[in-house]
Design a protein around this ligand. Structure first.
Ligand code: ZN
Length: 206
């Protein structure tokens, strides 16, 4: 069945969001429709407009920010010579959460570069679709000493890591990849062979 015009329009708009199918979109639309809370609906509209109007990309690291350069790139507490390359903004937020850990030496205090995508030839995502040119220009600027590639270890993350490493190899910088291995709280006996092998390669001194 089809809903009436404006409701159908809202359902179509909501179902454009990733992970939201038509069923979920219908449920969300009816929730908004049934809500007596006008302030909530106004706030939702205002937030959507606000992120589009006021959030831009930091011209240095390409993260989303209301100011340019972003708070991390302009912070005197961060090590500007280190750049951690991630696929998207969510990954950066996840790595930033390491700063909340109680032991100071575990937090990451460098800066970032957000690629806004990972290479995925099967989905038609090639080098021109990710923000790698901005990273190369930044490294060519000469102030970067280490680039840490922190994409995942699935095929897209690995392909992107190899690609970024190749592009940056001509520059005199330290190129590193985040370690992979046994997760915190994980037990060895349930790990797959590749994870165990990598954990041994990436072992560190105590
Ligand atoms: Zn920035």
């Amino acid at each position: 069945m089809r809903y009436a015009g404006p409701i159908e329009r809202l359902i179509q708009a909501l179902s454009m969001l990733p992970g939201v199918g038509e069923k979920t979109a219908s449920r969300l639309a009816l929730y908004v429709l049934n809500s007596d809370d006008d302030a909530y609906v106004d706030e939702l509209c205002a937030c959507l407009r606000d992120v589009k109007d006021n959030v831009r990309l930091c011209s240095i690291c390409m993260t989303f920010s209301e100011v340019d350069p972003c708070a991390i790139c302009s912070s005197s507490e961060r090590d500007l010579s280190k750049v951690c390359v991630v696929g998207d903004y969510k990954d950066m937020v996840a790595i930033e959460s390491s700063n909340a850990l109680s032991s100071a030496e575990l937090g990451y205090k460098g800066t970032y570069h957000i690629l806004h995508g990972l290479l995925a030839p099967l989905k038609g995502v090639g080098p021109e679709d990710i923000r790698v040119g901005e990273l190369t220009r930044r490294v060519a600027g000469g102030k970067v000493e280490e680039v840490i590639i922190a994409t995942g270890f699935d095929s897209e993350g690995e392909a992107t890591a190899a690609f970024v490493a190749d592009i940056l190899r001509p520059y005199e910088i330290k190129l590193t990849r985040i370690a992979t291995g046994v997760p915190s709280g994980g037990s060895i006996e349930y790990m797959d062979a590749k994870t165990i092998a990598r954990a041994l390669v990436g072992r560190f001194g105590l």
